[in-house]
Design a protein around this ligand. Structure first.
Ligand SMILES: Cc1cc2nc3c(=O)[nH]c(=O)nc-3n(C[C@H](O)[C@H](O)[C@H](O)COP(=O)(O)OP(=O)(O)OC[C@H]3O[C@@H](n4cnc5c(N)ncnc54)[C@H](O)[C@@H]3O)c2cc1C
Length: 506
């Protein structure tokens, strides 16, 4: 470290998570070491800094799927996003409301600028980081244009936005990236029969944009499971009392890990505590309805008692810690339910569900499950094969599926460099392995690296990342705290220096 009370920090990736990280660093500095000056350099080649892949400028149909009151860049001040929306002429989107994601992107940009102005040093470098290494307590980081060195580095890179399960990239009328919707939908003829690979939130955005464009042709959503995002239940004020990080830590400490049964038991305890029956949840977790059928059923029952479902959604914040402690056999078992969990815990707004149902009832939209292949035929049409269906033909196909937790291709050389040097180790369930409470990278010998941290997609195996912003921003709080404390300890370990300085001054 060059100056005893200065920390130089590299942030790799300038998406929404990086904005929360800047805020968390300032907060931890103010609490832990108000005398520390923070010098932050952010690296990202993206044309839309701070928006990441999901909040860049786009059409309004690219909508948040969570209420804007969950999008604050400050984990300790949930109302921050609402205050910005109100102050910037967007009060109608504040609170329990959904907003065009580009507006939230603007909130991220403004917040980043403000946070940067509160740092003692700040630089933004529009370059991709290709490798890094730690030598003698300094992080040496390289981009295509040269090297830089820092006290600490945080990997905040996201996931790949390309999904091409049937190898259609490059085919005419195949769109591999659905965002920005503005680009993806350019040139669509209103009578074309559209196939959309995927039945998640991106597929819903596409359908809503086609609807806004008064598309007349048929639209078919295709996937293996045919599960649309569930319909978001009415908001329910409740704080988890039993399914908590502390309860999971206690179980893990007592038993050396947790099992799926332990977690199910804790969920049941939570529901008992809230005097809520688990029965409606069982029906959702082991579904026997799919596609439009399930959508119709959910819409019909969304005003019945949905407390159990609302409580399940709230478990998302605790789930990363639960996953971390889960034994490997149960992790493999739980992974088989991921699509159901995603459908339930990343639900869509009710008005969108109603819009989809309207299109289905008009005979314009359907959902097909059991899809096994898609290719282009000699006539230039796409042909999909699905269980219990005659071949399905499309004029144009969009990819709207999830690449799972495959890292952004821009980040792959960097990750490889860390693995090759042994400064990180791969997690058996994907991404890089980390220490749970600090998000420090674990090296090849399982030692936490106090100079290297990761958040988001890179931690997918350790945390089974469900990329909700509230989950990510909370982790940035842990990182900032760990970094500031480590900085303080490093200074405390140099007593002779400090004492000498005091004597000189005296
Ligand atoms: C369609 C969609 C809608 C969503 N809607 C919501 C929502 O409503 N609410 C919610 O909570 N969450 C939502 N999410 C989840 C959302 O992705 C996360 O909340 C958030 O965007 C993650 O941000 P991030 O900064 O971690 O990653 P990203 O947004 O992926 O940003 C990572 C950045 O890292 C940069 N990068 C990668 N490699 C390098 C490198 N080697 N060097 C330098 N820079 C690099 C990239 O260029 C990118 O800008 C949505 C996700 C999708 C896909």
């Amino acid at each position: 470290m060059q100056d005893a009370a200065a920390l130089s920090i590299a942030v790799i990736g300038a998406g929404p998570t990086a904005v929360a990280l800047l805020e968390s660093l300032i907060r931890s500095r103010d609490i832990i070491g108000p005398d520390v000056s923070l010098d932050v350099t952010v690296f990202d080649p993206s044309p839309h800094p701070w928006c990441g892949h999901s909040f860049a400028p786009d059409r309004p149909e690219a909508l948040t799927n969570t209420y804007t009151n969950t999008m604050s860049v400050r984990h300790w001040q949930p109302e921050h996003a609402g205050l910005w929306l109100t102050a910037n002429g967007n009060a109608e989107f504040a609170g329990n409301k959904f907003a065009p994601r580009s507006i939230i992107g603007q909130y991220f940009k403004d917040s980043a600028q403000l946070a940067a102005s509160r740092l003692e040093g700040f630089a933004f470098i529009r370059e991709r980081v290709t490798s890094l290494t730690v030598i003698d307590d300094r992080v040496h980081l390289y981009t295509q244009n040269g090297g830089h060195s820092f006290d600490y580095a945080v990997l905040s890179v996201g996931r790949s936005d390309k999904f091409d399960p049937y190898g259609l990239e490059g085919q005419e009328n195949f769109c591999i990236r659905s965002y920005p919707l503005t680009d993806a939908l350019t040139g669509v003829d209103p009578d074309e029969h559209i196939g959309i690979i995927g039945t998640g939130l991106t597929a819903v955005d596409l359908v809503m944009a086609l609807k806004a464009d008064k598309h007349r042709g048929r639209i078919t959503l295709l996937s293996r499971n045919g599960l649309l995002p569930a319909v978001r239940p009415p908001s329910f004020k409740y704080e988890l009392q039993r399914f908590t990080v502390k309860a999971i830590e206690d179980r893990a400490a007592a038993k050396g890990g947790v099992s799926l049964e332990d977690l199910v038991h804790l969920v049941h305890e939570e529901l008992d505590h809230a005097c809520v029956s688990p029965e409606p949840l069982t029906e959702e977790i082991f579904p026997n309805r799919y596609g439009i059928d399930r959508l119709r059923h959910q819409l019909m029952h969304i005003d019945d008692d949905t407390k159990a479902y609302s409580i399940l959604i709230k478990t998302l914040l605790v789930l990363q810690d639960a996953w971390y402690f889960l034994n490997p056999v149960d992790k493999a078992r739980a992974a088989g339910f991921r699509h159901i969990y995603c459908s339930l815990c990343c639900p869509m707004p009710r008005h969108r569900a109603a819009g989809l149902l309207g299109l289905a009832d008009a005979g314009q939209l359907d959902v097909v499950r059991g899809v096994s292949s898609m290719a282009k035929d000699a006539g230039g049409q796409f042909v999909a094969v699905a269980e219990n269906h005659p071949p399905l033909h499309f004029d144009r196909v969009f990819s709207a599926g999830s690449s799972g937790n495959a890292p952004d291709p821009v980040a792959v050389p960097l990750v490889d460099s860390l693995l090759q040097s042994g400064q990180a180790r791969a997690h058996p369930f994907g991404g890089l392995d980390i220490e749970r409470t600090t998000s420090r990278l674990l090296d090849a010998n399982s030692r936490p690296q106090p100079r290297l941290y990761a958040v988001g997609t890179m931690t997918s195996g350790a945390f089974q990342v469900l990329n909700g912003y509230p989950v990510l921003r909370l982790r940035t709080g842990h990182i900032a705290e760990a970094m500031l404390k480590h900085g303080e300890e490093s200074r405390d370990r140099r007593p002779t220096h400090r004492a000498g300085a005091v004597i000189e001054n005296a």
